[in-house]
Design a binder for this molecule. Structure first.
Ligand code: RRO
Length: 305
């Protein structure tokens, strides 16, 4: 095994190890990015930011489910003008790549936010076209090959930073959306955002979340995420960032074997910020045991016929 077996170059980004903080968890301040980087993440992704500030949905915004959580935060964010200052500040301090997640209500919005985030110093842009529960953005764009294609094309014109498109699992065939994103110029795909879900309280006999429905994340969605990665890797050559229920090295390795080159960790970070280190150590041991020189050596191996 090479000494830098864990480092990975993918879609124009180079990471010391193949883990990233997923968007949505601890994602707004330089201080929290720094904490995540110090605990061993190879890169961090911000919470999604749009043109205007949004306060998000009323509480409760998160509820525990079996083997996961359901959230409906509602895209709370300070808006790109204020957030640009945080990006600039983070870039002075952070020693891992900073990926800025963005959203909009039109292709023009997405392009404007991407341009401002890039000018502020983002190392890459992740397009949130997959939030399951905010109207006129997110999955409402990412479920339509035509709208998705328009957004990706406009953002491609607005920035020359690597462009990562985060796909929704709430579709009939995720490969159709993957194809639209790839043909429009995506450099990588993050697979997947949360699954649309609901929790109901039997005492009050009402939905628990303020927004009624939300997105399920955590261990419960891992097999679905893994299948989505597998389906896309089966058809396309694009770099894939696996996301969904990864909490230990074994989960991460499953995603590499399915075709991902990097994994994002979200829900598991809320329980244990040290998760990046334990996953990285476990991947390193696994590569050594299998005589693999790097993560790249095992990417997609589960597709061998
Ligand atoms: O903010 C949210 O409620 C949210 C977003 Br933007 C997303 O992409 N996925 C999710 O589960 N929640």
């Amino acid at each position: 095994m090479e000494s830098n077996a864990l480092s990975i170059s993918c879609a124009g980004l180079t990471l010391n190890n193949p883990t990233m903080l997923a968007s949505g968890i601890m994602g707004y301040s330089t201080e929290s990015f720094q904490r995540i980087a110090n605990s061993g993440a190879g890169a961090v992704v911000t919470k999604s930011v749009g043109i205007q500030p949004r306060v998000g949905y009323v509480n409760p915004t998160v509820v525990q489910a079996e083997s996961g959580i359901i959230n409906a935060m509602g895209l709370p964010n300070p808006g790109i003008t204020i957030f640009s200052e945080e990006i600039k500040f983070s870039k002075m301090i952070l020693r891992v790549p900073l990926v800025v997640s963005i959203f909009g209500y039109s292709a023009e919005d997405y392009a404007e936010v991407a341009k401002k985030a890039s000018e502020a110093g983002a190392d890459a842009i992740e397009l949130n076209v997959s939030c399951p529960h905010v109207k006129q953005t997110g999955a409402e764009i990412g479920q339509s090959p035509k709208l998705l294609s328009e957004v990706v094309q406009q953002v491609k014109i607005a920035t020359n930073k690597p462009l990562i498109v985060k796909l929704s699992p709430n579709v009939t065939d995720i490969t159709i959306l993957a194809q639209a994103a790839i043909e429009a110029g995506a450099d990588a795909l993050t697979v997947i955002n949360t699954l649309k879900a609901i929790a109901i309280d039997v005492e009050t006999q009402t939905p628990i979340l303020g927004n009624i429905k939300g997105g399920l994340s955590g261990a419960a969605i891992k097999p679905v995420a893994l299948r989505c990665v597998y389906d896309i890797a089966d058809q396309f050559k694009i770099p894939i960032i696996g996301c969904g229920g990864i909490k230990n090295w074994r989960d991460a390795v499953e995603f590499f074997l399915a075709g991902a080159s990097i994994v994002q960790i979200g829900t598991a970070v809320a329980d244990n910020i040290e998760v990046f280190q334990s996953i990285t150590k476990g991947i390193e041991n696994y590569l050594r045991k299998k005589n693999a020189r790097s993560v790249k050596d095992i990417v997609g191996l589960a597709h061998r016929k």
